[in-house]
Design a protein around this ligand. Structure first.
Ligand code: COA
Length: 168
C-alpha cells in the first residue's frame, strides 16, 4: 500500500535519495553531468531538505512523500506565488516506480494544500525536452504558456525552462 503524507524529518534522507535519483534519471542525456551534479548538490542535500521539512509556510508548503513500507518512493512540494496562484516546485518519483498513478496522488495532495490557501490556478516550470515530465503535466490539464531561461543557469549557459499553467 502506498500512502501520501506530509514529510517529517524522519524522511529527509530518503527524500534526498529519491530526488537525486529522479533528477539524474530525468536529465541525463538532456543536461550536462556537471550541471546535474551542481543542482543535485544545491537542492537535494540533506541539510537543505531538513530545513525544508521543518520550516514551512504559504510560500513553501513542505514536502509530501509517497511511502511504501517506510520507503520514500516519490516526493514533491510547492507553494503560493501569488494570492490565488500556486506553483509545483519539485516532483519526483523513484525512476522504477513511474506511471503507476502515484505522481498523480502527490500532485493532488499539493494541489489540495494550495486550494486551501486560496489557489485557483497553478504553475510549474519544466525543462524543455523533459519527456518524463511534460506528458504528465499535459495529462493533468496544464498547458504551455511561455519559455524562460533555466533558473539555475550560470553565465554562458542557455538552458530553457517551459512555464505550464492550469486552473484548479
Ligand atoms: C512526473 C512524475 C512525477 C509523474 O508521476 P507518475 O507516477 O509517473 O505519473 P502517474 O502515473 O500518476 O500519471 C501518469 C499520467 O501522465 C500520463 N503520462 C505519463 N507519461 C506519458 C507519456 N509519455 N505520454 C502521454 N501521457 C503520459 C499518463 O497517461 C497518466 O495520465 P492519466 O492519469 O490521465 O491516466 C514522474 O513520472 C517522474 O518522476 N518523472 C520524472 C521527473 C520529472 O520530470 N518531474 C517533473 C519535474 S518538474
Amino acid at each position: 500500500m502506498v500512502d501520501i503524507i506530509k514529510a517529517s524529518k524522519d524522511h529527509v534522507k530518503r527524500i534526498a535519495r529519491v530526488c537525486t535519483e529522479g533528477y539524474w534519471s530525468t536529465y541525463s542525456g538532456l543536461l550536462p553531468a556537471e550541471y546535474i551534479e551542481r543542482i543535485v548538490k544545491e537542492f537535494y542535500n540533506q541539510q537543505r531538505i531538513l530545513k525544508e521539512v521543518t520550516h514551512t509556510d504559504r510560500n513553501w508548503g513542505g514536502y509530501f512523500v509517497a511511502l511504501e513500507d517506510e520507503e520514500v518512493i516519490g516526493a514533491g512540494g510547492g507553494g503560493m506565488i501569488g494570492d490565488t496562484s500556486g506553483e509545483i516546485f519539485v516532483l519526483y518519483m523513484d525512476p522504477k516506480r513511474r506511471n503507476e498513478g502515484i505522481g498523480t496522488r502527490l500532485l493532488a495532495a499539493i494541489t489540495e494544500q494550495q486550494k486551501n490557501w486560496g489557489a485557483t490556478e497553478q504553475w510549474v516550470s519544466v525543462q524543455k525536452g523533459n519527456q518524463k515530465g511534460i506528458p504528465f503535466y499535459e495529462a493533468k490539464g496544464f498547458s504551455f504558456q511561455y519559455e524562460k531561461p533555466g533558473y539555475a543557469n550560470k553565465e554562458g549557459e542557455d538552458f530553457v525552462s517551459l512555464r505550464y499553467h492550469r486552473y484548479i
